[in-house]
Write a protein that binds this ligand. Structure first.
Ligand code: DX5
Ligand code: ZN
Length: 224
């Protein structure tokens, strides 16, 4: 059986000057993970949050963090994020950004955190096959990284299936981008179990209700 369904709320669509309030609110729906999108203006055409935001968030919540590094040369910065985060939190970097994925993965794990590697929509599963054994998570991007509110790219679904086939019950498989009450079903059916949503949660009238609906849709899809 694939690992349990988790909903990861991306604060990219939250009110940036009211982050504490926004995070406290979704704790009301027992959110599983808080997804933090770190962008460097180099690997992706947008600039967002750094280690100091992670550190601040860590002080106000006990919900595990799901840190998504969209930065060039993550090997230069991974220590800062490890120090800002805590045991059990996930740190995921992009395979397109580094020549030393093995070293980054073992560093993250040696500090008691969980290691993930992400694939852009056009990057094949083959590029991380040799890493699967050492990974806690694989993140399949279902939009081109950089912005919230983009349209889901269904072409990535076979990559989710291939990863689940390679690891039927151990690997956390995360999908990120364009997830809503419709697209979530197909991703879970292919084997995704960690579902990221920014717009679908924080732009909803009632973010807690939105999380509950997403979780219910995912659980229904997982049963089939
Ligand atoms: C995109 C980010 C995503 C984004 C998802 O580059 O990695 O996490 O916040 O936003 P939605 O759910 O609105 O597509
Ligand atoms: Zn993300």
């Amino acid at each position: 059986m694939q690992p349990e369904i988790k909903i990861s709320a991306s604060i990219l669509a939250a009110n940036p000057v009211r982050l504490e309030e926004e995070i406290k609110r979704i704790e009301g729906a027992a959110i599983d993970l808080i997804h933090i999108d770190v962008m460097d203006g180099h690997f992706v055409p947008n600039i967002t949050m750094g280690p100091f935001i992670v550190k601040g968030i860590k002080k106000i919540t006990r919900v595990p963090l799901d840190i998504h590094l969209m930065i060039s040369h993550p090997e230069f910065y991974v220590k800062d994020f490890v120090d800002a985060a805590g045991e059990g939190d996930f740190i995921t970097f992009h395979i397109e950004t580094t020549r030393m994925p093995e070293a980054i993965i073992s560093f993250i794990k040696s500090k008691g955190l969980k290691a993930g590697v992400s694939l852009n929509p056009l990057t094949p599963v083959k590029s991380i096959e040799h890493l699967i054994e050492s990974l806690d998570m694989a993140l399949v991007m279902s939009v081109n990284p950089g912005f919230e509110g983009q349209k889901f790219i269904p072409d990535v679904l076979p990559k989710i299936a291939a990863l689940r086939n390679a690891s039927p019950d151990k690997l956390e498989i995360e999908v990120d981008g364009g997830i809503n009450n419709e697209t979530i079903t197909q991703t879970v059916r292919q084997g995704a179990n960690v579902i990221v949503a920014a717009t679908a949660i924080f732009k909803a009238d009632d973010p807690c209700a939105a999380i509950r609906t997403l979780r219910q849709k995912a659980k229904e899809a997982a049963k089939r």
